[in-house]
Design a protein around this ligand. Sequence first.
Ligand SMILES: Nc1ncnc2c1ncn2[C@@H]1O[C@H](COP(=O)(O)OP(=O)(O)O)[C@@H](O)[C@H]1O
Ligand SMILES: [Mg+2]
Length: 268
Amino acid sequence: MAEDWNKYFRSIRLGRWTDNDQPCWIPLHGFHHFISGESNYGKTNTERVYLSELSYGIDAGAVEVIGFDAQMGVELQPVADAGYLKEFYGPPIIGSTETYAEQFAAAFEEHSGIGVERANWMREHGINEWKITRTDPGRVILIDEAGQLFRPGVPKATRDRIQTAVDTMTYQLRKCGYVVVACTQQPNLDAIPIRHGFTYGVAHRQGTALGYRQVTKLDLDYPPLALGVPGLCYITSGGKRIARTSFMPEVLPRIGGARNRFTIAPAT
Ligand SMILES: Nc1ncnc2c1ncn2[C@@H]1O[C@H](COP(=O)(O)OP(=O)(O)O)[C@@H](O)[C@H]1O
Ligand SMILES: [Mg+2]
């Protein structure tokens, strides 16, 4: 039986609900994900959850993850080493004539260009959802610490290039087999001007009450998440329910086929 990669790419298990311990599924294809939270509350762990859930598809070549890590690559290096990333932008390219931020801008532009080609092709052919196959895989554009790319120290012209390319992806690529996942500590627009295009939020602990709403885009008064407990989050489709992400303490080398190699930890 042929595998239905669109069905596979439709949703992933983020972890468990804290109220009933049931698995917490979140939609993937058709959304762009914004993961936010103060330092040390589990953003990078959450990215590993995505990678783990997509591991089977990555092994099969039906899913490709393009990793961006503007902290010199320190956060995503272990998953790059473990073979989860098709391409990895993080460690500075030695000998390049471009600045570090320009290297990112060029890579974002390249990938948004490929994605837009896909979107145009779909429009011409009247196709609403990209058929994901091993030859035309689903792609996740994963950006850790995306706020780093918009620091005042980065020249405005470069910030603008990055913003344009990422906005193009989030605004124009919906069910094109592209999902953009960006992580940031601060959810406010000054820190993360690309925020508008994201349609699904995972809000780990925020410094302000407003933060939860900015990330989830739900107009709710959220009680603050517990201080000092990583992994808790509000999500766009969860209202005021609290989920706990699966704990991914280490990155294991990718070995063929095992989708459930990481077990989903029970909420404690
Ligand atoms: N769901 C979780 N359960 C238990 N510990 C977690 C969970 N998520 C993250 N942690 C731990 O919290 C710490 C910070 O997580 P990390 O993902 O690096 O945060 P961030 O990227 O937001 O700074 C790490 O030690 C990590 O192992
Ligand atoms: Mg991190």
